[in-house]
Design a protein around this ligand. Sequence first.
Ligand code: 13P
Length: 289
Amino acid sequence: MVQRTLKYYYTKARKEGWALPQFNFSCAEQLQGIIEAGVHLKAPLLLGTSEGDSRFLGKTQAVALVESYRKDTRLPIFLNFDHGKSFESVKEAIEAGYDAVHFDGSAFLFKENIAIARKVVALARKNRISVVEGEFSEIPGKHSSFHKGEAPLLSKDSFTDPAQAREFVRKTGVDSLAVLIGTVHGIYKKNPNLDLERLQEIKKHVMSFLVLHGGSGTPPRDLLAAVKTGVVKVNISTELRAAFTNTLRETLKKEPDEIAPYNIFVPSVRAVQKAAERHIQFLGSANKI
Ligand code: 13P
């Protein structure tokens, strides 16, 4: 089968009204669960590693693992570098062989962010990167833990400004834009509501693909409404981390004498598979290969 690009699937998703979940992972066992979900549901897979994930796993190793699954399963599988915070870190991911990169320049001044994102786009075009994602409105919250507290307070003033989005996309040439319309990283007692009117406005202003971060804990109906408004990708990390680690904790409690990793990790792999399948189902990427 000819390997189609991530851009092909974004275009198809936008036309048909579904979205790709981006599943982040930081170890081979989490990846195994995600792959099994994709195989079971015949779904194109977009995987992600953040700077922290890939610091642990290794960028070269992440690329090699994904490549081996691509060969074995013959599924369209893509690897995105998530929230690269500097030109150097994104460059490393491009050189390691990632299929897509996200430069998160939200900590920079708008003008500096544009200048670096342009450099990222230029480098990506010289390599085989099909999608460069940009960001200028920081998505609050943490996807490193399962929060039971209140969600970060969001002011609509911090939401992505449509005119700024147009300027950013026009000046940088990014293929996709991470927008802030109410999703936050992490799971809280109640995740905030989404501002779909703002999303509509942004959509009118920019031609690039629109993507959401902070998919965990956001009610599926809210995410689906955003997808129907034009979002083509939703990032999921916390839910998969929680599925993996909470299950591991239970397994170790239940089986205190078991020491074989190939036994201990099995329930965690299944838990990740189940969580990934749920997202594939409701976002509509099943049977879309
Ligand atoms: P969650 O941890 O809320 O799923 O967000 C993940 C994310 O946006 C990674 O970029």
